[in-house]
Design a protein around this ligand. Structure first.
Ligand code: FES
Length: 429
């Protein structure tokens, strides 16, 4: 299949996937290079060996794990292409495209007790468990041992802002403007969060906001730390300690003791709530929007946008302008196709042919760090998930912990930016 992507993003390198050359752009994620090449199938699921492709394109769903340069379980959506990079699809016999163990899924439509495979004999059970362990699991061990991480030393900041989306940028800007030394951490390789989709927030171009905030952080001795995952927060002597894993060239662990924490981590992509909604080619709308904006990724020829509202309309318009044939559907019952989605069944006897589906729905708030500190959460009906409880100024029940943006419930980008600014004011005070 020829590369479909925006011709302005010309390939300048070649990666090798299961022994076959795939054109790519140096620096773009492996997952987007494969989508552009018409190859959404990356792996097989752990248990049933169902076809798997990238879904979130944002590092959170784990459905894009591949073996890269001898390292297993590397996220294809988080790993940059480079000339000659060797990628292998994993957990398949022999490859994800032709996996003999995919018969497990076909032969067990009603599910499978993979621990015992239904055997009652103790001896047979042991043999079956040993066999089923070979079928399940996550990849083979690395070719070479990983070096142990260096012991981190403690660093102090006036504030740790987690998440550099609209809420985090708003909070960091207010705090830095008040002279605070702020560490702004984000797990993505670029700042902006949902602003990188360029689907909403009229006014200032989103990336201009990010670079303006970075400038004010640097002016007050602060830092924008990208590709950085906050692994944990805990109370130590009444103050919060944070452990941060910084990836990339400067990979290291950092131990941060901030005077206050602003949790603006947004949320994670929620899979399509339809039957067979895990088919390759079904992707999170925001992930697709970022891939189109930053890498020119056009993932197929026929796109079904599944969802409604402003984001769904903007996404449909973007991909129509990029040359795809686009149809919108508020809901569907089932995805058809196997190694790649080929249609959506609307549940009323109709089928919408497509080779790509963009799922548009609010993310599930990323509440785990707040829960580690004991902050209460409550069910948010619009996000259909639990969200951190915070007042209008972003204060939570935990002293020194503030929360703003989609981590507190579904809202648009402009509202998240304002909530971040209010939380920054409250934290500064
Ligand atoms: S983690 Fe890579 S697509 Fe979700």
């Amino acid at each position: 299949m020829p590369r479909l992507s925006d011709p302005r993003f010309t390939p300048d390198c070649t990666i090798v996937v299961d022994g076959r050359a795939v054109p790519a752009r140096a620096g773009e994620p492996i997952a987007t290079a494969l989508l552009s090449a018409g190859r959404p199938l990356l792996a097989r699921s752990h248990k049933y060996h169902r076809p798997r492709g990238p879904f979130c394109l944002a590092g959170s769903c784990q459905s894009c794990l591949v073996r890269v340069g001898g390292q297993p379980n590397v996220r294809a959506c988080r790993t940059a292409c480079a000339e000659g990079l060797v990628v292998e699809t994993q957990h398949a016999l022999p490859t994800a495209g032709h996996d003999l163990l995919g018969l497990i899924d076909l032969a067990t439509p009603d599910g499978l007790d993979h621990h015992h495979l239904g055997t009652s004999s103790v001896l047979l059970n042991r043999a079956v468990v040993a066999f089923s362990r070979r079928l399940a699991g996550l990849g083979r061990l690395p070719d070479a041992a990983c070096p142990p991480p260096a012991t981190p030393r403690e660093e102090r900041f006036d504030a740790l802002v987690i998440g550099a989306g609209p809420a985090g940028l708003g909070a960091a800007e207010v705090l830095a403007g008040g002279g605070c030394r702020v560490l702004l951490a984000d797990s993505e390789p670029r700042a902006g969060g949902r602003l990188r989709c360029r689907l909403d927030l009229p006014g200032e171009p989103p990336l201009a906001l990010a670079s303006r905030v970075e400038g004010s952080l640097l002016a007050t001795g602060g830092e924008l730390m990208l590709d950085a995952a906050v692994l944990g927060l805990w109370l130590d002597g009444g103050a919060v300690l944070a452990l941060v894993h910084q990836r990339g060239a400067a990979e290291r662990l950092r131990l941060v003791r901030p005077a206050r924490v602003l949790l603006c981590a947004g949320g994670t992509a929620v899979p399509a709530g339809i039957e067979d909604g895990d088919r390759p080619g079904i992707l999170w709308g925001r992930g697709l929007a970022v891939a189109l904006a930053e890498h020119g990724t056009v993932p197929g020829r026929r796109l079904a946008v599944l969802g409604c509202g402003v984001e769904a309309e903007a996404l449909a318009a973007r991909f129509t302008a990029a040359g795809m044939s686009v149809a919108r559907l508020d809901s569907a019952r089932r995805a058809l196709g196997r190694a790649r989605v080929r249609a959506l069944d609307d549940g009323h006897g109709g089928q919408l042919p497509c080779d790509t589906v963009a799922v548009v729905q609010p993310p599930a708030p990323a509440t785990d760090l707040a829960r580690l500190l004991g902050a209460p959460v409550a069910f948010d009906a619009s996000a259909r998930a639990f969200a951190v409880l915070a007042d209008a100024a972003g204060r939570t029940a935990v002293p020194g912990l503030f929360a703003a943006g989609e981590v507190t419930g579904a809202m648009d980008a402009a509202a998240a930016l304002e909530a971040g600014r209010r939380a920054g004011e409250a934290a500064r005070g």
